[in-house]
Design a binder for this molecule. Structure first.
Ligand code: COA
Length: 327
């Protein structure tokens, strides 16, 4: 038994902050941000929340898959920026869409590897025969845990949500590869967990909290980690599954930074065209970046039946992992 993606959906907030808007908050400029990161603008919540975006992307994925909420056995939400600690975002999605038969839980700390870990978890349930249909969502309001006074991080992140519907199907599953290196966890940290609605309303909270309550990052350490580990894990997942690079149509990398994507393509000696990017529009949306990109490609008709894709997540923990899937 294996599992296949039979529908995708995404939601990104209407409010856009471009690099010039960021330059009003910290000492930076559009040219520097574009050159070092590739990011041009990011979508930021105003009235939305991690839950509301997850609900919307989930609904759109169900519509696209032509699957009803009652058919779903499992809802997984990958997020590091849930509205509240309890109840979990997945249960909130269940409530909103009426997926009364589903088992629901969040996958929290895997950060930017979160969607790949959630996808793998759902696949294990499907391939083992426990469940038949799963809704897997990545949803983040990173603006609520971003330090808008730190130019080393606030230029990078954005908000949004993406979702896929997975169905069990006869066939042999691909094995995923995942790794963690807790010893290097201090490269990307965040202490706080609190409710906040939008950037403007957060200014008082920002005053009350110290820098360590927001995401803090050793940018160069994270950059070096990514450009080393991502090509490694791609080669590993291909070897484990006896697949060669020529068979892969697209590498769907977590959308952290254009220079990381370019460095990975170079190290794998693959053309950049096989590495689709939308980080210029959304910035780094952590666990949401891969499903948002998948949804855009799906709706643009770029994904054809039978194509092989590699999904790669990497980020805080440190954690990283790759999965092969057939469209
Ligand atoms: N605007 C203008 N200048 C900036 C700046 C900004 N937003 N941020 C830093 N600088 C300055 C620094 O102060 C430094 O100045 P100095 O040379 O006078 O000391 C200079 O630019 C270079 O800083 P550095 O930190 O070495 O830049 P960098 O090339 O490493 O780029 C990142 C910084 C964050 C863009 C880069 O390290 C990165 O992308 N890292 C990976 C981050 C990531 O993807 N994280 C998520 C993974 S899931």
């Amino acid at each position: 038994m294996t599992g296949v993606i039979c529908g995708t959906g995404s939601y990104t907030p209407a409010w856009v902050m471009d690099n010039n808007d960021i330059a009003k908050l910290v000492d930076t400029n559009d040219g520097w941000i574009q050159e070092r990161t590739g990011v041009v603008r990011r979508h930021i919540i105003k009235d939305e929340t991690t839950v509301s975006m997850a609900v919307e992307s989930g609904k759109r994925a169900l519509e696209n898959a032509k699957v009803t909420a009652e058919e779903i056995d499992l809802i997984l939400v990958a997020t590091i920026s849930s509205n509240v600690v309890l109840p979990c975002t997945a249960c909130e999605v269940q409530k909103a869409i009426g997926a009364t038969h589903a088992t629901c839980f969040d996958i929290g700390g895997a950060a930017c590897t979160g969607f790949v870990i959630a996808y793998n978890t759902a696949m294990v349930y499907l391939t083992s025969g426990v469940y038949k249909t799963a809704l897997v969502i990545g949803s983040e309001s990173l603006s609520t845990i971003t330090n808008w006074k730190d130019r080393g991080t606030c230029i990078l992140f954005g908000d949004g949500s993406g979702a896929v519907v997975l169905k069990a199907k006869e066939g042999k599953p691909y094995l995923p590869v995942t790794h963690s290196e807790g010893a290097k966890g201090m490269a990307l940290t965040c202490k706080s967990r609190y409710e906040r609605n939008g950037l403007t309303g957060a200014s008082d909270i920002q005053e009350l909290l110290s820098a360590e309550h927001f995401m803090q990052m050793d940018g160069q350490a994270v950059f070096k980690f990514a450009v080393k580990r991502v090509p490694e894990v791609v080669r590993e997942v291909l070897t484990v599954n006896d697949v060669v690079q020529e068979e892969i149509s697209y590498y769907i990398l977590h959308q952290a930074n254009k220079r990381i994507v370019e460095a990975v393509a170079k190290r794998l000696e693959e053309p950049l065209e096989k590495f689709p990017m939308n980080l210029q529009e959304y910035g780094n949306t952590s666990s949401a970046s891969i499903p948002i990109l998948l949804d855009e490609m799906n709706r643009q008709g770029k994904l054809k039946s039978g194509q092989k894709l590699v999904l790669v997540g990497f980020g805080a923990g440190l954690t990283w992992g790759a999965s092969i899937l057939e469209w």
